[in-house]
Design a protein around this ligand. Structure first.
Ligand SMILES: *Cc1c(COP(=O)(O)O)cnc(C)c1O
Ligand SMILES: [Zn+2]
Length: 402
């Protein structure tokens, strides 16, 4: 009989220890993230590309590749497939012939964090979770607050007080308990860990439970399907905690193992802000893990992560795919954002703008070659960051326009 999910077990990403996919799980005893593993041959014999193509255009079309066993557990706000938008003007300006943006800004809550929240909350509901806590730079908290509200799960959100106003207010209006702290997302994570230990809440920090990543993975599945079950030459991702990059790679590898895409994988390039670049530093030094970044600062808040739990996994993705890691300054990304909206009409978020500025640099350095298909992830809507735009119009004096 066909199953809704073909998740078979959990497996530690470092020591290989196995776990039960139907149990509430945090990290492995060794402290590392747990992967969700699947019966991939089972999926290949249960479903065809044509059947997937005929399904509703949201991430649940990939339910065989997701850990939720019972469709009744799904908590969804229609996480739509996100569009591929060619940026011809910006591409010409960067000398990239084939510059395409995947626009995650159209998702519920306006960022790709909705993917992790929909799958993570659905699985939490299936496991009977009643209360959870999450540290966030803003966008994850906002997304989890929405889906927790929909699921009737109590959410406690811990956020740096320097986070933008939009996600702060989104948490409040969704009924989450929002606490702001002076400190980084790393400090917020330490508070969440202690609070969860004390109250028995579920800790849904990036990669501290295995299911949120599976939602992010749907970006990889979707990219392959949208490219006609093939892949672009290069994917550029604005990286903080790294679940986006790890998820995309995991999705592509699973499709590859099933024979749904060929042996070629995209080269995955990460972009970080010059004021917070622990992964770029580690990659350039040839290190296996990153060191905590002191005094992180950038206006691209989603990338302000001083130390990623999955750092060794991100660095591995870069090395496996012939990837790259570069930084951009806040000035470069701010300029790129304004220029992109003005040239191509796409209002990218600062993180997406960082990825575009990174693509520009990777082309200039020759890493991106002539004619290559370059997919840049715009991880959220620029509307979540309108407070960063300084100009707010000219007071009208009628003589000026009449
Ligand atoms: C969280 C976030 C990122 C960083 O993504 P990771 O998966 O944590 O590396 C980038 N952009 C935006 C808008 C985000 O909210
Ligand atoms: Zn382990």
């Amino acid at each position: 009989m066909k199953r809704f999910s073909y998740a078979s077990h959990l497996e530690c990403s470092r020591c290989g220890r196995k776990g039960d996919v139907s149990k509430r799980t945090q990290t492995c005893a060794c402290g590392s993230p747990m992967w969700v593993r699947y019966d991939l041959p089972g999926i290949a014999s249960a479903v065809t590309k044509e059947e997937v193509a005929s399904r509703p255009q949201n991430l649940w079309r990939y339910h065989e590749w997701l850990p939720v066993a019972d469709p009744a557990s799904i908590v969804s706000l229609h996480e739509s497939m996100t569009p591929l938008i060619p940026l011809s003007q910006s591409g010409a300006d960067m000398d990239i012939d084939n510059l395409i943006v995947k626009d995650e800004g159209v998702l519920p809550s306006g960022t790709f964090k909705a993917r992790g929240a929909s799958v993570g909350i659905s699985k939490a509901k299936e496991l009977g979770v009643e209360a959870l806590a999450i540290p966030t730079n803003g966008n994850a908290g906002a997304a989890w607050a929405l889906y927790a509200a929909r699921a009737g799960i109590r959410a406690t959100v811990i956020m740096p007080d320097s986070a933008p106003m939009a996600p702060r207010k989104e948490c409040v209006i969704a009924g989450a308990e929002l606490y702001v702290i002076s400190g980084t997302i790393g400090d917020a994570g330490r508070i969440v860990a202690r609070a969860c230990a004390k109250h028995g809440w579920y800790d849904v920090s990036t990669l501290k439970e295995p299911f949120r990543l599976e939602g992010k993975k749907t970006m990889g599945l979707e990219i392959a399907e949208q490219f006609g079950w093939s892949v672009p030459d290069v994917i550029v991702y604005p990286t903080g905690g790294g679940a986006g990059v790890i998820g995309i790679y995991k999705g592509l590898r699973e499709l590859q193992e099933m024979g749904w895409i060929g042996p070629k994988l995209p080269r995955i390039a990460i972009v970080q802000a010059e004021g917070c670049a622990p992964l770029v530093r580690a990659f350039n030094q040839g290190d296996e893990v990153s060191q905590e970044w002191k005094d992180p600062h950038t206006v691209a808040f989603g990338m302000r992560v001083p130390k990623a739990l999955g750092d060794f996994l991100i660095l591995d993705v870069l090395r496996q795919t012939g990837g790259a890691a570069i930084t951009v300054t806040d000035q470069e990304l701010t300029q790129e954002r304004a220029a992109t909206v003005a040239r191509d009409g796409l209002h990218v978020c600062p993180e997406g703008a960082a990825a575009l500025a990174g693509a520009r640099k990777l082309r200039a350095s020759g890493y991106i070659k002539e004619g290559e298909r370059v997919l840049v992830m715009n991880t959220g809507s620029g509307l979540k960051y309108v407070d960063q735009i300084e100009q707010a119009g000219i007071p009208l004096e009628l003589e000026a326009v009449l």
